[in-house]
Ligand binder design. Structure first.
Ligand code: PGA
Length: 237
């Protein structure tokens, strides 16, 4: 099970450091079957050693160069960062990253051996058209993406569920995940309004290999509770 926190544009560098310190003291030693990832804001990246692996929410697909406002691989290397989110819906919809941009970024970080959490998700109008339309939309988000990549993790995050407090039904998550799992063998996370109160039922679904949590992870105690839940589920299996 993979339990990942996306801090988005929250938590300063000092707050992120405190969060990580507290989290490590709460989690102690994690069994191999629960992996923890933390994605802080860019200016809060930290060289961290512990059970939680720190990754980046974004980076420009370049070692370094003239890309004002962006960071490149040299900046990630300074913190020992080898994990990146690619294709998050906020980057697709707010920053207008196209599928072509995203596929380029994916390839670049794949060539450098990064773990890639590749995010996909459909908008509400597509969801309302049913499962077939949803899968068609999601398939288009795999264009140019190497689904065989060994360090790939996929996160299914319906756009309408992100930050909204709304979640698909468990049946809806299961049917989308089941269909997606016929397309790749990488671990498949669910994301979108995951919180302490629904994390267990979501992680217990057979086709869910973990969760990507935004606002529900901003309090370290809550995120730790979700890690504990993941441990309990793994120990039952
Ligand atoms: P949310 O965000 O948990 O706040 O809905 C999830 C995400 O965007 O990864």
């Amino acid at each position: 099970m993979i339990v990942a926190a996306n801090f988005k544009t929250n938590l300063t560098r000092i707050e992120t450091g405190e969060y990580l310190g507290e989290l490590e003291s709460l989690v102690g030693k994690i069994e191999e079957n629960v992996q923890v990832r933390i994605f802080p804001a860019t200016s809060s990246l930290i060289a961290h050693r512990g059970e939680a692996v720190v990754g980046t929410q974004n980076a420009y697909p370049a070692q370094s160069g003239a890309f004002t406002g962006e960071i490149g691989v040299v900046h990630l290397e300074e913190f020992g960062i080898k994990s990146i989110l690619v294709g998050h819906s906020e980057r697709r919809h707010i920053m207008h990253e196209s599928q072509v941009d995203i596929a380029k970024k994916f390839d670049f970080f794949k060539e450098r051996g990064f773990e890639i959490i590749y995010c996909i998700g459909e908008p509400l109008r597509t969801k309302e058209q049913g499962l077939e339309a949803t899968l068609e939309y999601l398939d288009a988000q795999f264009e140019g993406i190497d689904l065989e990549y060994g360090r790939l993790i996929v996160a299914y995050e319906p756009v309408w569920a992100i930050g909204s407090g709304l979640t698909p039904t468990l049946e809806e998550i299961e049917s989308v995940h089941k269909a997606l799992k016929t397309r790749f063998s990488a671990p498949l996370l669910y994301g979108g309004s995951v919180k302490v109160s629904n994390a267990r039922e979501i992680m217990e679904l057979p086709s869910v290999d973990g969760v990507l949590v935004g606002s529900g992870a901003l309090r370290v105690e809550d995120f730790f509770t979700m890690i504990q839940t993941a441990r309990e589920i793994e120990n039952q299996n």
